[in-house]
Design a protein around this ligand. Structure first.
Ligand code: SF4
Ligand code: SF4
Length: 217
């Protein structure tokens, strides 16, 4: 799940200043859950752009699983409206925006309406939590499935640091120290020996951008 937030409307309008005819693409998965790019938000954006003198040629919200996998079909189903447009405004994460760009056969201007924040899990109350930083060297097997790279603000692999007070993090007193959570979890599982293992420094070459991976056949 990728959390997104809508860009300020003035910023979106500025990005569209040279384009009068706009096609809108939302996202039936993450952006719908975040209430930033579902059908309701796409229709609100349509109404706003029309109130600012733009012509919205059409709109679509590709269904789950992910806009990145549905873009080609969405284009095929809306070809006349897309062809008539000068720009495509995408209400999805950066992955979706770039997927739209890759699949655009008309050389249109493709613009993001949202800011991508982070990959996350959602709890039962609908709160979002960042839990993985895609580090390329997962250590969850040693940490009771709690990620120290992401949940410890210092990304410590051999924590905790000296700043933990009453189980809370020194960087954010509202937040539990990730390494206290890891300790408690390992203790529960009878795996405290794992916390004594010294982790080697991370290989940050694995997160050099841009990443590339082959799909195995
Ligand atoms: S260690 Fe943390 S950041 Fe790295 S892959 Fe595992 S969950 Fe993601
Ligand atoms: S208190 Fe815990 S979570 Fe906070 S920086 Fe130190 S080790 Fe990381």
């Amino acid at each position: 799940m990728i959390v997104t937030e809508r860009k300020p409307l003035e910023e979106i309008l500025k990005s569209l200043e040279k384009h009068a005819k706009v096609f809108l693409i939302g996202c039936g998965e993450c952006s719908t859950t975040c209430k930033t790019g579902g059908e309701k938000e796409v229709l609100q954006m349509k109404e706003y752009l029309e109130s600012q003198g733009k012509k919205v040629t059409g709109w679509v919200v590709p269904n789950a699983p992910c806009i990145a996998a549905q873009t080609k079909t969405a284009f095929a189903q809306n070809m006349p409206a897309v062809k008539e447009s000068q720009a495509i405004l995408v209400l999805s994460c950066g992955l979706g925006v770039q997927s739209v760009k890759e699949n655009d056969r008309f050389g249109l201007t493709v613009l993001p309406a949202l800011n991508s924040m982070f990959g996350t899990l959602m709890d039962a109350r609908g709160n979002f939590y960042e839990v993985c930083s895609n580090c390329g060297e997962c250590v969850l097997d040693m940490t009771g499935c709690i990620c120290p790279i992401t949940r410890c603000p210092k990304g410590l692999l051999n924590g905790p640091c000296g700043g933990v007070i009453k189980g809370k993090c020194e960087v954010d007193r509202e937040r539990d120290c990730a390494w206290v959570l890891i300790y408690n979890e390992l203790e529960k599982k009878g795996e405290l020996d794992k916390i004594k293992a010294i982790s080697k420094p991370k290989d940050y070459s694995k997160t050099t951008k841009p990443q590339k991976a082959k799909v195995s056949q």
